[in-house]
Design a protein around this ligand. Sequence first.
Ligand code: URA
Length: 246
Amino acid sequence: MYNLLGDFMERLQKIIALSGYCSRRKAEELIQNKKVKVNGEIVTEMGYKANYSDFIEIEGNPINKSEDKVYYLLNKPRGVVATVSDEKGRKTVVDLIKTNKRIYPIGRLDYDTTGIIILTNDGELTNFLTHPKNNIEKVYVAKIKGLITKEELRKLCNGVIINGKKTSSAKAKILKIDKKTNTSVVELIIHEGKNHQVKNMFNAIGYDVLKLKRESIAFLTLDGVKSGNYRELSIKEVKKLYGEKK
Ligand code: URA
């Protein structure tokens, strides 16, 4: 939702949580207890929407205003969880990056999925890249069990039903068909980012994904970034991402 000036409006508790200040539930508690001010006014309404440029204070402390924004592009290896912390004590994507900032990954990649993932402490960019309305393009390469046909690929492109909902249109092309190993390699370009989206899409047409890699997010690729390595995004790249809205 946008205000009259075209700024993105978001629930106050979500903006606070994405700033890294506290959890969304804790933020709701703080709002209820009259501890949160937006542009100098106490807010108590739970559905209140603010925008990221508003001046938000909690008990007099501005949220995240003093912390510089940082952006990392990581080539996630297999066997790493794409969260800030893991209850099973597994290595996380945050563990791979040397920073003292409170960063988190934008969106998810499964434990066994490899490839590009962005980490940041910028709630506004997180929101922009994950909002379905902005249609950010993601390119995946999947190795699947079985020999896929063009007709099945067409089904994938036109949308398949996952949990009772049709996926939006996608692009796909066959990169390799290997009769010996009974596997296919497919490039799939999607704009959605639901949990296990790609695996579920292939499952919907009767195929299991054996290996999955995300090759790009918008214009960002893994060029020059080896598995397990990362680089910072430039401000120019971050600004360009906002221009990717389709
Ligand atoms: N789709 C999946 O199924 N898994 C991922 O990790 C990313 C997209």
